[in-house]
Ligand binder design. Sequence first.
Ligand SMILES: [Fe+2]
Length: 284
Amino acid sequence: MTPDAVTQPQSLPTLDGAAAIYDPDTAEHSLRTAHTSASIAGLLNLSEQEILTVWWAAMFHDVGKLTTRVEVLHQVGPLDEADELELRAHPAVGGDLLLAVSPALAPIAAAVRAHHERWDGSGYPDGLKGDQIPLLGRIIAVASKLDSLTRPRPYGPGAMSAAGAIDELRRWSGRKFDPMIVPLVVELCNNGRVVDATGVLLSVQHLPEAVRFPQLSTLSARQWEVLSHLMRGERVRTIADKLFVSESTVRNHLSAIFERFGVHSQADLVALLSGGDEVITLKG
Ligand SMILES: [Fe+2]
């Protein structure tokens, strides 16, 4: 995939959809990782903006695997050196893809790039150590590992119990993982606030607006753009000018968005999403 290919107007949902089609297992893993990452961010008292950023970053953390061959992704057992190098490219590729979509996604891209860094500096792609690793990347590293351990994978080892997974995370705390974050995951597990071993999401607090408004993830890229301008208070004429489309095209997008959210006016929509306007600006 060339950078040009991902800067097309439909690129962001296409990127998400392509990742899901290419490797559905990774897409489902990403969604569960997003729930856990947002919960960890909540326990850390991060801002709503940071919770949203980590949620989206977790959703896209493995999107760079679009450039990894399926044979490599689904290989059972150790990879040879060339395949390992191919697989290890995915955090940097994912970060680059998101930056190519929009420079505004830089905070998300930074977390995606960092999700295979290790606390002791032995990770990749940049070999960052400790606090040098972006916090959101450190969160996703632990959340992703928890999910990998507790979920059966078609091409990997069977699922571990939550207790077994916690033992494993503790074993690597301070080496692979941020020692501040591992206890928070244990707390989440103990309170039944992560996906359990059978895949049931028991309960999750601190979920971002993107979860409270699942309609957001169903919008097309163009609808996202229209919505982001709308949430900044811009009028149809201005939005049409900025997007190089006709006013009637913008109105068509707006009516589709209104229908999706069950509202009848811009004011109603803004009121509905008023607590979640950061979601909109993230994708704007
Ligand atoms: Fe990854």
